[in-house]
Design a protein around this ligand. Structure first.
Ligand code: NAD
Length: 488
């Protein structure tokens, strides 16, 4: 069995401790499994200086060589997938096979972006004889990135992949609660020969690090994944220096279930998806609006499958859902359930936290939840689903669009006209029909409204890490007309 890794900062191509640390807790056992160093001001200054040096080297490295280094690192991560997955399960709690899938997904982000590194085309714009207009794309510079704890490896992977493929350097503050995923990425790049300073990894007090890094001259892009409240705060900070942002924020994904689908199959599939990552996914399906004609069989199948989810320590074979990642989630979910129950919601299954060590919470299904219940507006970010009947497609669309969030949305239908209408009218960045999959490497991912700005992945994901420069090139010196109009 691999060990949980020794945790360090990675600055200027070297590993370091800082004399101060925070404990890392296994959420299945509540045991301390590691100590993550806390960056001091000097460490951040060193990271900024290293990133500046790294940027000068990396921007001058050919796209082909950049791609080769990224692919070499991804190959190492694939070789080490079992070891990385083991670390993720220990620090995050998700079942080992899901942790392994996350590692492979993270590798796919690197592999896709390595390809994109070689396709960062510009344009030659038709122009008059004697002059050429070129539109070229250049890396923005040093990126300050902040990744969350729900996917310890694939979340940092997205940001590091985009930055490195575009020719940027990056300082990433990964999540202190789940630091090993990002640490394994840094190790792979170190071993793959990435020049020192191109990738820098820090941990510490999140607000202190973002407040210090974001206003610095060297920082040319702020990339964040996390809650809408923190995203808005960081965006305001970045606006003071006109620094652009890439924000992947919260969601509260609606699912519209039409009466032309197999209610039981859709219910089973929905419950299984809700359990994925213990519901701690920004695209997790949460508000299910079900045509009243199939509401009863759909809700019954959903609740039955949810109750059958095998919950336990993610290291144990056969476990389908681990604990939630920290104590804050348990309290937040419990409060939402109690509030909905008090307002008249029916609890179809779950709704009670078990005793004993570990941050476990069962998949909980609420039905016929009134609009004034908090869970109808607040993202649960845990294994909690709401199922409400709807009388018409108009009503379902209105319910789906009622919140300020707009990350992912889903529908079950085989009717082409209904699918077309929903595709046009649901206000989200990612809409999926007859699947609860929302994001793969080759397509862009991101939100509208309060769910964020910008896209990661696909061709579009690279744009934030690039800036456009227009070059006007005259073949001869241009003579300015004199006052009299004669050529000088
Ligand atoms: P939180 O808002 O305190 O933190 C969310 C993330 O942002 C964490 O990784 C944290 O380290 C970071 N963060 C917080 N304050 C920061 C600051 N001032 N500067 C830089 N980074 C900062 O909440 P939490 O309890 O950790 O997570 C719960 C909420 O976060 C959920 O309700 C969910 O909306 C959101 N979240 C979203 C995603 C996502 O994928 N979009 C992932 C994780 C958490």
């Amino acid at each position: 069995m691999p060990e949980y890794p020794d945790l360090n900062l990675y600055i200027g191509g070297a590993w370091r401790k800082t004399g101060q640390s925070l404990p890392v807790i296994n959420p299945a056992t509540e045991d301390v499994i590691g100590e993550v160093p806390v960056a001091r001001r000097q460490d951040l200054d060193d990271a900024l200086e290293a990133a500046e040096r790294g940027f000068r080297i990396w921007r001058a490295t050919s796209p082909r060589v950049r791609a080769e280094v990224i692919l070499r690192a991804a190959a190492l991560m694939r070789e080490r997938a079992d070891e990385i997955a083991h670390s993720i399960t220990l620090e995050h709690g998700k079942p080992l096979p899901q942790a392994r899938m996350e590692v492979i997904r993270g590798c796919e982000f690197f592999e896709w972006d390595a390809g994109e590194a070689q396709r960062l085309y510009g344009r030659v714009v038709p122009s008059a004889p004697g002059i050429r207009y070129l539109v070229i794309q250049q890396p923005v510079g040093t990126v300050a990135a902040f990744s969350p704890w729900n996917f310890p490896m694939s979340q940092p992977a997205r940001k590091i992949a985009g930055a490195l493929a575009a020719g940027c350097s990056i300082i990433i503050k990964a999540a202190e609660e789940t630091p090993a995923g990002a640490l394994h990425i840094a190790k792979a790049f170190h071993d793959a020969g990435l020049p020192a300073g191109v990738l820098n990894l820090v941990f510490g007090v999140p607000a202190e690090i973002s407040t210090y890094l974001i206003p610095q001259d060297q920082v040319r892009l702020v990339a964040f994944t996390g809650s809408t409240a923190v995203g808005i705060h960081l965006t305001e900070m970045a606006a003071r220096t006109m620094t652009p942002v890439l924000m992947e924020l919260g969601g509260h994904a609606p699912v519209i279930v039409c009466d032309d689908v197999d209610a039981q199959a859709a219910g089973l599939m929905s419950a299984a998806r809700k359990a994925r990552n213990a519901g701690q996914v920004c695209t997790s399906p949460t508000r299910f609006f079900v045509d009243q004609k199939i509401f009863a069989p759909y809700a019954a199948a959903f609740a039955e499958r949810a109750a059958a989810v095998n919950i336990g320590n993610g290291m144990t074979p056969g476990i389908e859902m681990g604990p939630v990642a920290n104590h804050r989630r348990i309290e937040a979910i419990d409060a939402l359930v109690e509030d909905a129950r008090a307002k008249g919601a029916k609890v179809l299954t779950g709704g009670a936290r078990p005793n004993g060590p570990g941050y476990f919470y069962p998949v909980t299904v609420l039905a016929e939840v009134p609009d004034d219940a908090r869970v109808m507006r607040e993202e649960p970010f845990g294994p909690l689903a709401v199922i409400n009947p709807t009388a018409s497609l108009d009503e379902a669309i209105a319910c789906a669009n009622a919140l300020p969030f707009g990350l992912a949305g889903y529908a079950f239908t085989h009717d082409a006209a209904t699918a077309d209408r929903l595709m046009n009218e649901i206000e989200v960045g990612n809409f999926s029909i007859n699947t609860l999959e929302a994001s793969v490497a080759e397509v862009p991912f991101g939100g509208v409204k309060a769910s964020g700005q910008g896209r990661e992945g696909g061709m579009e994901g690279m744009q934030h890490y690039l800036e456009v420069k227009t070059v006007s090139h005259r073949m001869e010196l241009e003579h300015e007309p004199t006052v009299s109009g004669a050529k000088a």
